[in-house]
Write a protein that binds this ligand. Structure first.
Ligand SMILES: [Zn+2]
Ligand SMILES: [Zn+2]
Length: 384
């Protein structure tokens, strides 16, 4: 569900960037972990910071104003740098010149061995491939374990030593002035990059990182029913960590190619069928070349009206991890002939003479047809 970012900051929907900034600063003064160690305050500070990040980003704010939540899609799948809370660092940087992790106090150096990052790949699938599932052979470029040092990072027998810059703490501290007063901030040590130790004689293949980049082929099983934007997770197929740490996950994001006939809406498929006026009046059948069931007959009953739909139940896309399926919805476009030759016009006049009661008329605003039409008109005007 979309969060109320304006409400979180206590500003109106028309608030200017200046007003948003002011509201954020005011709340941050109360809630920043350096000022208020309360657990609840920290939660709120995260919320407030996210709201600030969203509302000062024109693109994200546009999504909010359209009723969406930019942080939900960004966070889906999770774990990518720059997505979700990962992007929060920038806000802290802008206001506090770096963050100290929120908890305060000394942290242990994070060590040389670290878990690896997740990776993201995109793959294009046709609608048919989304419908039946497919195994995609993809080329992945990730960090893998250095085979020369087996992740140790050292050349020969030398051992890592304590970092001189940070004395093994993995971070260095600076005191900065900000609008909160003096704030002590900690940054990862620039010499050992947070590890707390350095390698005097690093591996000549990996330079001490314990890993090297490599391309490889993988077979990614894509289940039936996926849709564009979904991510399939392949556990431990991402980047291996520094020092030979456990590998992150690999996510394969689906990009769905448009289909010639069908437009997808969730698990339903929609298509448009042109029906000549006479066929609509008398009834007919049409064969649709469906994606999963081959050519399938759809009957168009006599007396079909313009704009009506005909539904083939359970002939749409399969639902993910389920045996049920969506529907195939055919929208019937009734076509009135634009040119008649003399004989055809005569036949229609004869037909007309047999239907004496029918005539062209202006409908009452209260008629069933109009009430629907006007409701749609009103909705389209008030929606802006
Ligand atoms: Zn190595
Ligand atoms: Zn260091």
């Amino acid at each position: 569900m979309a969060r109320d970012y304006y409400g979180i900051l206590g500003v109106g929907r028309n608030a200017s960037d200046q007003e948003i900034k002011r509201a954020y600063r005011k709340l941050a003064r109360e809630l920043h972990p350096d000022v208020n160690p309360d657990q609840e305050a920290q939660e709120r500070f995260r919320e407030v910071s996210t709201a600030y990040e969203v509302l000062t980003d024109a693109e994200k704010r546009r999504i909010v104003d359209m009723g969406g939540d930019p942080m939900e899609s960004a966070g889906a799948g999770g774990g990518f740098s720059g997505a979700g809370f990962g992007g929060l660092g920038d806000v802290f940087e802008a206001f506090f010149g770096g963050m100290n992790g929120g908890g305060g106090g000394a942290r242990k150096p994070r060590g040389r061995v670290q878990p690896g990052a997740d990776s993201l790949l995109r793959t294009r699938l046709s609608l048919a491939e989304c419908a039946v599932g497919v195994t995609k052979h993809l080329t992945v470029d990730t960090a893998v374990l250095c085979d020369l040092c087996q992740g140790a990072g050292t050349n020969g027998k030398s051992k890592p030593v304590r970092c001189e810059t940070c004395g093994g703490a993995g971070e260095v501290q600076t005191v900065q002035r900000s609008f909160l007063g003096q704030v002590m901030t900690s940054r990862p040590c620039p010499t050992c990059r947070g590890a707390g130790e350095t390698i005097p004689d690093p591996c000549r293949k990996c330079g001490g990182d314990g890993r090297v980049r490599s391309r490889r082929e993988i077979a990614a099983p894509i289940p039936a029913g996926v849709a564009g934007g979904m991510r399939v997770r392949l556990a431990a197929q991402g980047e291996i960590g520094p020092g030979g740490g456990p590998a992150g996950d690999l996510y394969v994001e689906i990009v769905e190619q448009p289909h010639d006939t069908f437009v997808r809406d969730g698990d339903d498929l929609h298509c448009t069928i042109r029906v000549p006026m006479v066929d609509a009046a008398l009834g007919t059948t049409v064969v649709i070349d469906t994606i999963l069931d081959g050519p399938t007959e759809l009957s168009i009953p006599a007396g079909t009206q313009p704009g009506e739909v005909s539904v083939l139940r359970a002939h749409g896309m399969p639902k993910l991890r389920s045996s049920s399926r969506g529907d195939l919805v055919a929208h019937l476009d009734i076509v009135v002939p634009s040119k008649l030759d003399g004989k055809q016009a005569d036949l229609l006049r004869k037909y007309q003479s047999t239907r004496g009661n029918e005539h062209t008329e202006v409908l009452s605003a209260q008629s069933e047809h109009n009430s629907g039409l006007f409701a749609r008109l009103r909705a389209s005007f008030s929606g802006r």
